[in-house]
Every structure is written in C-alpha cells, then in structure tokens.
Design a protein around this ligand. Structure first.
Ligand SMILES: Nc1ncnc2c1ncn2[C@@H]1O[C@H](COP(=O)(O)OP(=O)(O)O)[C@@H](O)[C@H]1O
Ligand SMILES: [Mg+2]
Length: 387
C-alpha cells in the first residue's frame, strides 16, 4: 500500500466528528498543517472555535495515536479567526512527506505556520480587550514564576488552602493549560457537571477548583496558542459557577507568555506573587516575571522563595541546598517584600503527588507553617494595598 503517513493521518481525522456541526474534522477544514516525520512523529493544527468542545482535541489526538507507526502526536490548537496558515488542502510541497520529514529543522517559511515547539511567543501590544470585572471572585491573585518547577503550583494550592483554613471563601483555577497540576495536587479529577449552562467547579478541602485537566487528557497536552488561551481563561472566569468568593487564586504557567497576558486582559488581577528558588538562574527568570506584571500594571505583591533550605533530620540544622539569600536579593532589587521562605521538605512533594496538600495533611510541619504564614502575609499585603 503506497499510503503515506500524512494520508493515513488525514483519513483518521476524517473519521472524527465535531458534534456541534455534525461534520468531520477534515471536511469542516478544522485540521491544517499536517506534518509527519519518518520516525512516526505527527503534528497538526486544529482550528478550534470558541463554541467547539475542548474534548475534540483529545478525540483528534487519540484517532491519530491509534495509527500504526505513530510514535508521538502534537496538536497545535489555534483560533480560526487568527489563523493565517496554509489552506486545508494544500497543493504541492505543503503536505508532502518529503517536506514534512524535515519538520524539526524546517524554517518558518513565509505564510506557512508550522507548529513550532518552544517557540517564543511574539511580543504583543498590551492592553488589547478591556478587562471585565468579576466582583463575585473577590481578590484575584496570580501565582507566577519565571521558570517551571520552582513550586508555583505547590505554593498556589497551599496558599489557597491556608486562606480557606483562615475562614475565607476560596477558588483556584489552573491557567497552566500546558501542564495542569491542580487535579493531581488536590486529588480531584472528574468531568465537572454543567448546571444552568454553567460549569460547576469541583471541590476539595473546602475550596472550589477548575482546571483544563478536568476537560482534556493530561499526558500529552496540546499546544494552545493565542486567542484560544484567552478563550479558555475567559470561560473559566465567566462560565464557571464560582459563587461568591473572597480569594481567587490563579496558578499560572511559567514564563511571560499568552496565559499571563490573557489573564490580565480578561479581568482585573488584584495582585501577582512571584515564586522563585534561591538559585541565581531562577532569580533572573523571576525578575522578568516581575517586569512583565509591572508593564501591564498588575501590582506584584511580593516574592516567595521556595525550597529555601533543607533541615538536616539528624541535627535539625538548615542546609542551603540551592544557595541562600536569592529571594531576598531579588526582592531588594525590585523593591518588593519577600513574602515568605518555604523550606524544602520531601513531605511537601509527597503531599502534592498524593493529592493531600501539606497545609491540610500535615499542618504541624515547618513547611506547612511557612505556607500558612505566607497566606497571612498575602492577606495583609492585599488589604494594605487595596483595602
Ligand atoms: N518546598 C518544597 N519541598 C519539597 N518539594 C517541593 C517543594 N515545593 C515544590 N516541591 C516539589 O517540586 C516539584 C515542582 O513543584 P510544582 O509546584 O509542580 O512547580 P511548578 O508549578 O512551578 O512547576 C513538585 O514535585 C513539588 O511537589
Ligand atoms: Mg505547576
């Protein structure tokens, strides 16, 4: 059979139906830029309208994953209105296996928008849309970091729980749509019910939770770009039945990309918290994070230094695993308070991996106490700044 992988991928996608329109993904021209490598890697763009189900991304990927010889599938989700790539059925080289085989090093040719991994987002002009106020959400706090793996989600989750422990009504949303952590960290994972056309957030330990992880598969997240990120964030703010909250915590993806801009364009963020580790590299990244929020006029409440030290279990003495004083240096440099220092403790990680966050599971631990103090500090900073 002379069928190429690109052709087989097209055929597989032609069997996936969009329930909203009744048409398949190929006929309805939702699929573009199919690219394959001889090693079985497949990438394609899915043009997802705001009205379409996000689960279509999963359906499309699963259909391709089932094909013989496919080793990896990446879906680049884009908004149809902003898409300026190749037409659905390109003539000539566009979809030929020869061109596709060069995928990893293919230059970003003229109008052809290949889904380039790890591409730096184009600089954008801010502000774009007018932010909408959601007074029912209370104070909106973005937990951000320049770099991944510094403990942003850990801080976001435990901060939310510590605020709730102190009697506040708290919601938390995963804006880290590239790697949603909240389902695992809070031990909840189910399709949220829909009631009166609103999504009902899941609940755990007394806080309300919404994550893209509830709606799509987690193992191989799609690459969400531009307006689609904005739509997901807007839907999470507007179409989720949050009720009345005092604090709304947003777990941001690392860096200064689409999600950060989308959030500040979608609503009025009360304040941002930047998480860093004492290491110099993380500090440099965090500095860029601070600058970004300043540019879009979101007050940065302060810096949180995570994994500050490790307490030697035998001597009780602190060991600086990642250097020391980095958080303070960063805070001094940008003229912001150091809101807290959270020690490194394997039980923090365990709590995160098992859906039992340390603030509720082991409040007596020093790390948990540091997180609880952080929550008090955040509360007082917000009140001091905003009343
Ligand atoms: N203070 C800490 N002590 C021990 N492990 C931690 C601590 N903070 C975070 N971790 C672990 O480090 C990893 C990365 O943390 P995470 O919150 O997912 O980072 P991010 O959201 O910034 O990518 C996770 O496994 C988490 O459990
Ligand atoms: Mg995270």
């Amino acid at each position: 059979m002379p069928e190429t992988l690109t052709e087989r991928v097209s055929l597989a996608l032609a069997r996936v139906r969009n329930a909203r329109t009744g048409a398949d993904l190929l006929t309805s021209e939702m699929v573009r830029d199919i690219a394959t490598t001889t090693g079985g890697r497949v990438r394609f763009t899915l043009l997802l309208d705001a009205a379409d189900e996000a689960t279509l991304v999963r359906d499309a990927r699963e259909a391709v994953e089932r094909l013989d010889g496919v080793t990896d599938v990446r879906v680049d989700v884009k908004d149809p209105s902003s898409y300026r790539g190749t037409p659905a059925f390109p003539k000539g080289a566009g979809a030929s296996p020869a061109a596709a085989a060069q995928l990893p090093s293919a230059p970003p040719a003229s109008s052809r928008a290949l889904p380039v991994m790890n591409a730096t987002p184009e600089p954008k002009r801010v502000p774009a849309p007018t932010p909408v106020a959601y007074p029912n959400l209370g104070r909106i706090i973005a937990v951000s970091s320049g770099k991944g793996g510094v403990g942003k989600s850990t801080v976001a989750v435990n901060l939310a729980l510590a605020l709730a422990n102190a009697g506040a009504r708290v919601g938390i949303m995963d804006a880290d749509i590239y790697g949603p952590n909240l389902p695992l960290m809070l031990g909840v994972d189910a399709a949220p019910p829909v009631r009166d056309e609103k999504i009902v957030p899941l609940e755990a330990f007394g806080i309300k939770i919404m994550s893209l992880g509830f709606l799509i598969e987690k193992e191989q997240p799609a690459i969400w770009r531009g307006p689609i990120v904005m739509k997901i964030i807007t839907q999470f703010l507007r179409d989720v039945d949050w009720g009345t909250l005092d604090y709304f915590i947003v777990d941001m993806p690392p860096g200064t990309g689409d999600a950060q801009l989308s959030l500040v364009q979608a609503t009025n963020v009360s304040g941002a918290i930047i998480v860093t580790t004492p290491q110099q590299v993380a500090i440099g990244d965090a500095l860029r994070g601070v600058k970004m929020f300043e540019r879009v006029a979101v007050p940065v409440l302060g810096i949180v230094e995570n994994m500050s030290w490790f307490e030697n279990p035998e001597t009780g003495k602190p060991i600086a695993m990642f250097g020391s004083g980095g958080g303070q240096r960063l805070a001094d440099e940008v003229g912001l308070p150091l809101l807290g220092q959270i020690p490194l403790d394997p039980r923090v990680q365990e709590g995160g991996d098992t859906g039992r966050p340390i603030v509720v599971a082991a409040p007596e631990l020093k790390a948990a106490q540091a997180l609880t103090r952080l929550a008090e500090r955040v509360r007082s900073e917000i009140t001091a700044r905003l009343g």
